[in-house]
Structure formats: structure tokens, C-alpha cells
Design a binder for this molecule. Structure first.
Ligand SMILES: [Zn+2]
Length: 417
């Protein structure tokens, strides 16, 4: 069976360990051990997430001296990887997947005997669940303009294609005829930034001061920096929604609700840290934890009004496949991680604060926001020197510039939408 596996290997000996977390993604098994491929830079193994340094990509992966798994793999013959049971099984390919330019736009055709198509849109992705097996690749590279890439997962007798639209993709329409689903994508006419909404969430406010130390209140610093981030993003053409613009109390539930209803693309919460150790300093950036069960999260995602079901394929009262929910959860986690890394590394690379790393935690607001979301801890208000810096307008401007730049880098990487 290993002959079916080709590709990437990496080593953990120089790999930085991130945090304990399970990540659902393409899994590879070797000697009964499971490694999960998150993206080309990240792998998770036994509940730990590993970030790969550039020089180790394409090398071999060892865990405690044992070579673990190739990370990019391509199935061949009649072997398939089942995401549900995490094992290989034999089957027969029954789906054809075609895509290409048509006139000014782009067309994707999926032909599956027996059909059973379900489609669901989330942000710049369209997930298509279909009966049958697709034997060729787990990742199909698109043209880069209309389609960035398509990821394929198999669940026994079903396959899910997640189509990641590119920067030129505008509205799309789906046409179902017998065993054939055709997706027509039109060229985008609007300027990219006009379509992008960012939620900026200044932590705490009103009767909730957040951390209080050294004569400063966290809520004030959070708001000052958040307003500056919003201003920079607006100047650059983004639509910005703030969960508060003045010193008022807004519940966490209300913040999450506002974000989910806005149809925003990303959510960035801004906070300051506190520690009993007055010497503690530096920046931490969090992305959502998977402390909720995958089922709960899938349900929450499915219930979210920001999702658009394609009427005609999924009736309103029919539950959308759990597989689709699972796919969306994976996307949410991956993108939140990428966003965290982009914002954090931009600030740290500018030499603004000590690097305390990108971490995962179960912050309420991140749990319930159904879009890529992060929480930035700017610095420690309990550290006298850092608190003074955090309250300084010049330093706040620098932080805001770094956060806005990190956000923009992420959005550009995602195809601008
Ligand atoms: Zn806080």
C-alpha cells in the first residue's frame, strides 16, 4: 500500500511544536500511526501541530527517530482513502471532474453516476458532496484566476469537492441535469477590496475593563488600537465592522452574532495580556481551539445564516451532510491558523514585541464566530514598561499598521476575498 504514497517528507527534529490540538485534514498512515497534513507548511501528529520550517519541506518526517509518513500523496488504482474511518479501501472510480475556461468565465463539470449532489457555499469556497468515488487526486490545482484549487475527500461511497475560488471568480451558478452538475463562474467585475468585510473586535468595554494594571485599563488600549486598525483598512478600501466604537459593554454573544450576521470574511479580536509575573512581556496571537466537539461545531456552522445553501439541491428542512459540515470546520481551522500566523509574524518581524507565539485556545468569541478568527494579545499591561508603550499613541499606530498589513497579506493569499 505504501507504493501508493508519494511525495513530501519532513523531520520533526527542527520542527517547532505549536500546541496540542487535533486538526482534521488529509491523513497518512504509516506503521499504524496517523499524521495529518494541514497545509504544505503544517502537519499534526498525535494531537500536536507542527509547523515546518522551509528547509525541511520535501524532506523526511521522523518522530522519535521513526520515519513517519509522506505528506503529499496520490492514490492510484482502485485504492481510496476514507476520511470517515481513516483507512484505505478498494473501490471503483465513478466520478469525472472537468474544468476549463468558457468564454469570459470558467466552467466546472462533475459527472457522477447516481448523482445525489449537495452544494454549500462558504466564503470563497463551494463544497460539493456527491455519491461516488473520484480516484485521481486529493488536490486539483486550478487556473489560479477562477479556481485556486479543489480539494477532494472520500467518505466510502461519497466524495466531497471543495472548490476554492480564485481572485477573478465572481458570481457562479449551478445547473443540474441528470448525472451532471455544471458550475459556471462569471468574471468578477467589482474591485476586490470592495467585497471584503473585516470585523474588528476591541476586547471588553464599559463595565468590563479587562485587565487593569499600572494605571491603565485594557479596554481603552484595545479600543485605541482597534480604531486605528479599522481606519487603515477602510483607507485601503475594505469594509470594516466594529463590535464597539466607544467605551460600552457588549456581550461576547452579541459580538459573535454581529460578526456572523455581517457576512464578514474574517474576525480579529484585540486584547492586552496580564500575568502575575510583572516581567512577562510580548505578543501572543490565538486562533480557535477545537475544544468543542467536531459535531457541535459542525452543527453551529450549519446553523449559521452566513452560509448559503443552493436551493434545489438541499431542501430547507433537510440536514446538510455531516461531511460538508466537517469540511467547513477544517477550512475554518486552517484559515484561522493562516490568519493568525500572518498577523503575528508581521508584527514580530517589525520588531514590535517579543514573540510569544501563535497559540490555540477556547476563547468563547472565537468558538462562535463562523469565519476565520483570531485574538491578538498585543502585550502585557502588567509589565510596567510594556504597559507604558501600549498606551503610547505612536506605538499603537505601529501595532495597528502591523495588524492591518498582516490582515491584508492573509486576504491576498486567499485570493483577495
Ligand atoms: Zn482581554
Amino acid at each position: 500500500m505504501l507504493a501508493l504514497l508519494i511525495g513530501y517528507w519532513i523531520s520533526t527534529s527542527r520542527v517547532k511544536e505549536l500546541t496540542g490540538a487535533r486538526v482534521y485534514e488529509h491523513k497518512v498512515v504509516y506503521r499504524k500511526k496517523v499524521a495529518r497534513f494541514v497545509d504544505e507548511n503544517v502537519v499534526s501528529y498525535r494531537g500536536k501541530v507542527f509547523i515546518l520550517e522551509k528547509r525541511w519541506r520535501g524532506k523526511r518526517l521522523y518522530v522519535k527517530g521513526e520515519q513517519l509518513a509522506p505528506l503529499l500523496f496520490q492514490m492510484g488504482g482502485n485504492w481510496f482513502w476514507d476520511k470517515g474511518s481513516k483507512g484505505f479501501f478498494r473501490g471503483k472510480s465513478s466520478i469525472r471532474f472537468l474544468m476549463g475556461k468558457v468564454g469570459d468565465g470558467y466552467s466546472i463539470t462533475i459527472i457522477a453516476k447516481g448523482g445525489g449532489f449537495k452544494t454549500m457555499r462558504w466564503q470563497d469556497s463551494l463544497a460539493v458532496e456527491v455519491r461516488g468515488l473520484y480516484g485521481k487526486y486529493w488536490k486539483i490545482i486550478g487556473d489560479g484566476d477562477f479556481v485556486s484549487f479543489v480539494r477532494v475527500d472520500q467518505y466510502r461511497k461519497k466524495s466531497v469537492f471543495v472548490i476554492h475560488f480564485g481572485p477573478r471568480a465572481g458570481e457562479y451558478s449551478t445547473h443540474l441535469k441528470g448525472d451532471t452538475l455544471r458550475i459556471r463562474i462569471r468574471r468578477l467585475k467589482l474591485k476586490k477590496a470592495e467585497r471584503i468585510t473585516v470585523v474588528i473586535d476591541p476586547g471588553h468595554g464599559g463595565r468590563d475593563a479587562g485587565a487593569v494594571s499600572n494605571g491603565y485599563m485594557e479596554k481603552d488600549i484595545n479600543l485605541a488600537v482597534a480604531l486605528k486598525v479599522a481606519e487603515i483598512l477602510r483607507r485601503r478600501g475594505y469594509r470594516v465592522i466594529m463590535t464597539r466604537t466607544r467605551d460600552e459593554y457588549v456581550s461576547l454573544a452579541a459580538r459573535a452574532r454581529l460578526a456572523n450576521r455581517s457576512g464578514a470574511h474574517i474576525f480579529v479580536s484585540i486584547h492586552c495580556n496580564a500575568s502575575r509575573d510583572p516581567k512577562a512581556s510580548g505578543m501572543e496571537t490565538y486562533f480557535l481551539s477545537e475544544s468543542r466537539t467536531s459535531h457541535e461545531r459542525a452543527v453551529a456552522i450549519l446553523e449559521n445564516s452566513a452560509l448559503r445553501y443552493d436551493i434545489g439541491y438541499v431542501k430547507e428542512n433537510e440536514p446538510v451532510g455531516a461531511i460538508l459540515g466537517d469540511m467547513l470546520q477544517t477550512l475554518l481551522l486552517e484559515r484561522s491558523y493562516t490568519l493568525a500566523l500572518s498577523v503575528h509574524s508581521t508584527a514580530v518581524d517589525m520588531g514590535l514585541a517579543k514573540d510569544r507565539g501563535v497559540k490555540q485556545a477556547g476563547f468563547y468569541v472565537l468558538k462562535w464566530v463562523m469565519m476565520p478568527s483570531i485574538l491578538v494579545e498585543l502585550g502585557f499591561i502588567t509589565n510596567r514598561g510594556e504597559a507604558k508603550k501600549l498606551a503610547d499613541e505612536g506605538y499603537q499606530k505601529k501595532l495597528a499598521r502591523a495588524i492591518a498589513l498582516g490582515i491584508e497579506k492573509y486576504l491576498k493569499k486567499q485570493g483577495g476575498r
